[in-house]
Design a protein around this ligand. Structure first.
Ligand code: FAD
Length: 331
């Protein structure tokens, strides 16, 4: 696109509150905007985005589009895509950032296709070359064993950022910015897919992605029952339970427990792995943890290379002892 300028990020506002993924994108977008001396805009999509545009300005945006239409109340891929394309055409940004959350995984490639450009998928970090205006996006390759730096050759340059890789900026209610009402015309009947039902994920306790402490179990647990012991330990610590893909694939816990390349990315303060070998695909989802504690009976397991503290031993002995100690300390 000729004369493209500015950084545009996409977000939504469930229940009128700016989504945490949108806040993370604003943090990433702010660093690009400052490096390139360009404006940072956010397009917030929904039926009614309430106060979210002002929240976005407090979190770093220079401009916030309130992109509204009654048919945008619940997420719908075709309708959200149409709204995004309309804003992208109007705003004409040089760089677009999208969260690689569940919706973004679906929307980012489709938006790139519609705009006739490429996409840097699953990025961990973005930076900009001030001399050329080029976006440089770091993304894991070979199952997380190496990091590739991707540069896009067409404008707008689009990157999909993995959630939880950027900390939102502290909100500053005094920041000034422009709120732009942007009602969009959407022909809901043109949608090629139909949303039949929306089922909210049952979440007892803290969500895995938000937990400051996570206890994860792997194949070495041997079955689903031991997860109740991990639940007990996590409960005492005020944390959440996760799992390796091997445990999920065995049907011991639901898929939304999975941490890793094809599961969730988490960045807790403390990550306790129990009977997990530490495959690169698992570590791709937890390497941002501040401290990893590994419990594994194999002293040569890869997880010990990643862990700050390790216990070589049988989980059946270690977990009850650890749980008892935590119980005594927390009572
Ligand atoms: P294993 O590798 O089998 O390890 C079990 C561990 O338990 C061993 O280290 C063993 O020493 C230990 N153990 C056994 N008994 C005990 C005991 N009594 N006490 C203590 N320790 C014990 N994996 C993920 O986790 N997340 C992903 O998102 C993911 N995505 C993938 C994507 C692709 C494209 C591919 C190819 C693979 C992916 N995987 C993912 C799979 C990954 O490669 C590993 O196979 C998986 O992580 C192994 O899970 P695990 O550590 O539980 O099992």
């Amino acid at each position: 696109m000729a004369d493209a300028n500015g950084i545009l990020v996409f977000g939504d506002a469930p229940d009128g509150q700016l989504a945490s993924t949108a806040q993370e994108l604003l943090a990433a977008g702010r660093s690009l905007a400052d490096a390139l001396n360009q404006e940072l805009a956010i397009a917030i999509i929904g039926a009614d985005v309430a106060d979210a545009p002002r929240q976005a300005i407090a979190h770093g945006a220079d401009k916030a589009y309130a992109v509204t239409n009654p048919s945008l109340g619940d997420y719908h891929p075709d309708l959200y895509l149409a709204a995004m394309q309309t804003v992208a055409d109007e705003d004409n940004p040089s760089i677009i950032l999208i969260s690689r959350n569940n919706e973004g995984r679906e929307l980012a490639p489709r938006l790139a296709f519609r705009l006739g450009v490429g996409l840097a998928q699953d990025c961990l970090e973005v930076s900009a070359d001030a001399a050329t205006g080029r976006l440089l996006a770091n993304r894991p390759v070979y199952g997380g064993s190496a990091i590739a730096v991707v540069s896009c050759t067409h404008t707008p340059q689009i990157a999909a950022l993995r959630p939880k890789t950027y900390e939102p900026l502290d909100a500053d209610a005094g920041r000034s910015g422009q709120v732009v009402a942007f009602p969009v015309d959407i022909d809901a009947s043109a949608a090629k897919t139909r949303v039949i039902n929306v089922v909210k994920e049952e979440a007892a306790g803290i969500k895995l992605e938000d937990a400051r402490i996570v206890v994860s179990g792997g194949r070495g647990l041997g079955g689903p029952e031991p997860f109740s012991q991990l639940e007990e330990l996590a409960g005492l610590l005020g944390g959440a339970v996760g799992a390796s893909r091997a445990a999920v694939d065995s049907g011991w816990v639901p898929a939304n427990y999975q941490v890793g390349l094809t599961g969730k990315t988490i960045t807790p303060d403390l990550y306790i792995t129990v009977a997990i070998s530490g495959a690169s695909q698992h570590m791709a989802g937890c390497s941002g943890s501040k401290a990893i504690v590994a419990i594994n009976k194999d002293a040569d397991a890869n997880i010990f290379k990643e862990a700050r503290y390790g216990v070589v031993g049988d989980w059946e002995k270690v977990i009850p002892a650890l749980t008892e100690t935590v119980r005594e300390l927390t009572q």
